[in-house]
Write a protein that binds this ligand. Structure first.
Ligand SMILES: NC(=O)c1ccc[n+]([C@@H]2O[C@H](COP(=O)([O-])OP(=O)(O)OC[C@H]3O[C@@H](n4cnc5c(N)ncnc54)[C@H](O)[C@@H]3O)[C@@H](O)[C@H]2O)c1
Length: 376
């Protein structure tokens, strides 16, 4: 594919989170335009179309694809629609940026991978946590060898969504209705990027029981889940997901341990991300602050992009992630979170749900790289 001159984008789920994708498009306004928006929310659709300057609005996704005017779609609908809508767009020859999670079952993952292999368009998962300053900086420090060999990582997603469940009822089914790690890419995505070349090969998962009920008196899934994940190289990752327990939100926390250093992200607003690297900090008792390494180690292109996009959309991460997708498409390069990286972040979480059904058994995680275009 030659370098595209103008990329026509369609946004589905445009009246919800899809609006944040559009914020980034202004950065590439000479090469990209929002051609169409789609949402089943008829009350808000017209104003969403106007806001993004879209030429067309649709309440039906297939109608938007069949109109044939798009090069790419950005998908921000509820989770269970992601795989079917991604597959439809890939089969229509379009590029796809899709919100997390990419799919809600192993079988959907397999179908999505096959569709992506066969497609001429690129697929990218919209995992914005990989585009945090903190995440990009630790990734660079790992790349430069300053952590030595990373061998342990820990991450939590602690975000109570009981009220939000009632306003967006798909969450009650797909995020808080199934035992296991239902919404795990925000936790697993960044730590995998800090263990380069690694993939989770087996997992086990346990839950803390049921201590909360929804307004109808039904149990949510178990309150807290902990997944242990082993990587092919012998590394260990611990993921905790809790979306129902009463507590102040910390959303995500991260830790990394390597042979030559460690990192612990802040848990509260009055704390700072801490780091200790044997080659930079004095004794093993002396923590440093991650931000103090930013001017020297955060790659210039990320610093410039953060300056350009500002803080809107999860501290600018939504824009950086969207721009990474647009640049991959415009330059016809593989997107940074391609279909196999998307699966590396997602398949362990889906297998953790099977582990929960099997009393916490250790189970193997399939490698999507073995799923070829001919295996449908
Ligand atoms: N990366 C992040 O930080 C982040 C944050 C929030 C949500 N999300 C993800 O974004 C997605 C959307 O979340 P949300 O909070 O905006 O949800 P939401 O329910 O508030 O919004 C979803 C939108 O999709 C529309 N929609 C539903 N079914 C549709 C269909 N068949 N066709 C067209 N439009 C349809 C709804 O009308 C709504 O406007 C979810 O998958 C969620 O996991 C990611």
């Amino acid at each position: 594919m030659s370098r595209l001159q103008a990329l026509h984008i369609g946004i589905v789920g445009a009246c919800g989170r899809g609006s944040t994708f559009a914020t980034a498009l202004g950065q590439r306004s000479e090469q990209v335009c929002v051609q169409a928006v789609c949402d089943t929310n008829t009350g808000a659709l017209a104003s969403s179309g106007e806001l993004f300057g879209a030429s067309a609005t649709y309440t039906d996704y297939e109608d938007m694809l069949e109109a044939g005017s798009l090069d790419a779609v950005m998908i921000a609908t509820p989770m269970h629609l992601h795989a079917p809508q991604s597959i439809m767009a890939l089969e229509a020859g379009l590029h796809v940026l899709c919100e997390v999670t990419p799919a809600v079952s192993i079988e959907e993952c397999r179908q999505l991978v096959v569709a992506a292999r066969r497609a001429r368009g690129h697929y990218m998962l919209a995992e914005n946590c990989n585009y945090r300053r903190q995440s990009l900086l630790v990734e660079e420090l790992v790349r430069q060898g300053l952590f030595g060999t990373p061998y342990f990582a820990e991450s939590e997603y602690l975000h109570e969504v009981r009220d939000l469940n009632e306003r967006t009822r798909w969450r009650r089914r797909w995020q808080t209705g199934i035992d296991g790690i239902t919404y795990g890419t925000h936790a697993l995505g960044p730590v995998l990027s800090w263990m380069p070349g690694e993939r989770v090969t087996r997992v086990c998962c346990a839950g803390s029981g049921h201590h909360y009920q929804d307004p109808r008196g039904d149990d949510y899934h178990q309150d807290t889940h902990v997944m242990l994940a082993q990587t092919g190289g012998g590394g260990l990752i611990k993921i905790r997901l809790d979306m129902v327990s009463s507590r102040p939100s910390v959303t995500t926390t991260y830790q990394l341990q390597g042979t030559e250093g460690c990192f612990e992200s802040a848990r509260r607003a009055d704390e700072q991300d801490r780091i200790w690297l044997s080659s930079i900090h004095e004794g093993p008792e002396t923590w440093g602050f991650l931000k103090d390494l930013e001017s020297q180690y955060l790659p210039t292109r990320w610093r410039e992009m953060f300056n350009a996009v500002g803080e809107a959309g999860h501290g600018g991460t939504d824009s950086l992630m969207s721009l990474a997708f647009l640049d991959a498409v415009l330059n016809d390069e593989p997107p940074p979170i391609d279909i196999d990286r998307a699966m590396d972040m997602s398949l362990p979480c889906l297998i953790s749900q099977t582990s929960m059904e099997q009393q916490g058994s250790w189970l193997d995680v399939p490698d999507s790289r073995n799923w070829s275009a001919g295996s449908a």
